[in-house]
Design a protein around this ligand. Structure first.
Ligand SMILES: [Zn+2]
Ligand SMILES: [Zn+2]
Length: 236
């Protein structure tokens, strides 16, 4: 995917744009630091919320996980008009670890930051939710693994591995439960990438924490059931 606007061509920046086009965030680093798929119900719920229920069929039907780009949590300072269209929320409960950013104009969820694993240097955005969210990066890394396959029925995870085998030559490692795999290489690689400080911090850029400073954190429960209807029969 190439960056095509005149201004970003010279600066090599990347952009995240909402579905109606009113909100465009510009990130000074044009290259994500890590990429993986995520099968977790929170990512699916965010996809439902950000598309107002009209998420891409492949994501909705669990044919592909949400394609996560982990990027520097550094953003070019948005103008006041853009800032007025930004809001933050947590999923389902006040102590949820992810702080999500959305565009209030159309509801697109732009990015999220896990306060334990991503903060302070990183955040995640979602590459396969077009046309609701458009990520434009100069260069994208290859996906390294698929996280949280415990939230998918086994048949779906197996189908995903088969599809990857035929399209990329090998199936990516599937991390059934990230919390029990913290010492395993796919997760230690991810965690080390998240700890890399932003490679560039231009003068007129701010961190995600600075951007959301003073914004009220709403609790969003929409599409809770829809994003969990497929869960394997398992006691929580
Ligand atoms: Zn919008
Ligand atoms: Zn997830």
């Amino acid at each position: 995917m190439s960056v095509t606007t005149a201004s970003s061509a010279s600066f090599k920046m990347s952009t995240i744009t909402c579905s109606c086009g009113k909100v465009k965030l510009t990130l000074p680093n044009a290259v994500p630091k890590f990429r993986c798929g995520c099968c977790c119900t929170e990512c699916l719920q965010r996809a439902y919320i950000g598309s107002n229920g009209k998420l891409p069929a492949a994501v909705k039907n669990l044919e592909e996980p949400v394609d996560l780009f982990y990027v520097d949590s550094q953003i070019m300072k948005p103008d006041s008009e853009t800032r007025a269209q930004l809001a933050v929320f947590k999923l389902n409960k006040a102590d949820a670890p992810n702080v999500n950013l959305r565009a209030t104009c159309c509801g697109t969820v732009l990015c999220t930051q896990h306060q334990e694993f991503h903060a302070p240097h990183s955040m995640a955005t979602f590459n396969n939710l077009r046309p609701f969210l458009k990520c434009e990066f100069a260069k994208v890394p290859k996906s390294k693994s698929n996280l949280w396959t415990m939230d998918w029925p086994a048949g779906r995870s197996e189908a995903l591995a088969l599809k990857e085998k035929s399209t990329r030559g090998e199936a990516l490692p599937q991390i059934f439960d990230v919390m029990t795999a913290l010492e395993e290489k796919p997760i230690t690689d991810l965690i080390s990438a998240l700890q890399i400080e932003a490679s560039t911090k231009p003068e007129n850029s701010i961190s995600y924490a600075e951007l959301r400073d003073g914004m009220e954190v709403k609790i969003e429960k929409a599409f809770f059931d829809e994003s969990r209807a497929h869960l394997p029969d398992r006691k929580p």
